[in-house]
Design a binder for this molecule. Sequence first.
Ligand code: G3H
Ligand code: 13P
Ligand code: ZN
Length: 302
Amino acid sequence: MIATAKSVLRKAQKGRYSVGAFNIYNIETLHAVIKAAEHLKSPVIIQTSESAITYAGLETISELMHISARAAKVPVVIHLDHGRNISLIKQAIKAEYTSVMIDASHYNFEKNISLTQDIVKSARSKNISVEAELGIIGGKEDDLSGTSWCTDPKQAVEFVKRTGIDSLAIAIGTSHGAYKTKGISLRLDILKEIRKHVSIPLVLHGASLVQKKDITKARNTGITLGKAQGIPKDQIKKAIRLGICKINVDTDLRLAFSTALREHTQHHPESINPRDALSYAEEATQKSVEEHLKLFGSEGKA
Ligand code: G3H
Ligand code: 13P
Ligand code: ZN
């Protein structure tokens, strides 16, 4: 069933678990996430980045998400991840996404507030939830790059009050992509301080685990990964205990999908049916999503 982020996240906040938000860009990743959530009876968020929309087309990917979410046996939120293009965010609202993120975190505080207020105004009348970001989540991934700046707890209070957003993405040392540098030890003290004064759901981006077992598997297929490293599981658990209730994951799913595609093509050189390798990659992605949902504590919470 289609759900709003507001309902799903408020429930998670009360229940002290986190809802996984997974990036999708094609039928296989979409099905993998929904199948995993149904299998574990967990609520879930499917999200498309701006570049995923450019890749798949807004109408196409939106229709696919709506059809799958409507048919799902668990609550599914349809979310726009890192909306930086105001016109695209408004198109997503028109396309009936049930949640959008306005990411104006690269602007100064006042501009971040005014752009966010504008989106809250457009989304409100349609009961669409709005996530915004304060502080900079670092990392190099496509067009998302920059230095990591932790969220200032005092600014967070003012930001939430003046914008009226439904959830806040905070920067506490995570970064996007497979090469996280500060994530080993998150600034949980800052999270604690923000949670003390901000009552809306808090969001953790750049939370992929990039586990050794997955790096080894990827390397065995010939993927070159350099000094890849992610966020340790215990840090994620602590962050959830301290009040994070939405966790964004993209890189771990890309790693699972790419590794499986290679494994399949290497083991089945005779196959000329792309669906064979794609189904295998979908299964690997589903497994990765399930591992995350269990870690986030959302199993059985649908
Ligand atoms: O947070 C960023 C996501 O990983 C989006 O990446 O723009 O390559 O889809 P993408
Ligand atoms: P990862 O790159 O760590 O998977 O983070 C994804 C993310 O934050 C999407 O918004
Ligand atoms: Zn992100």
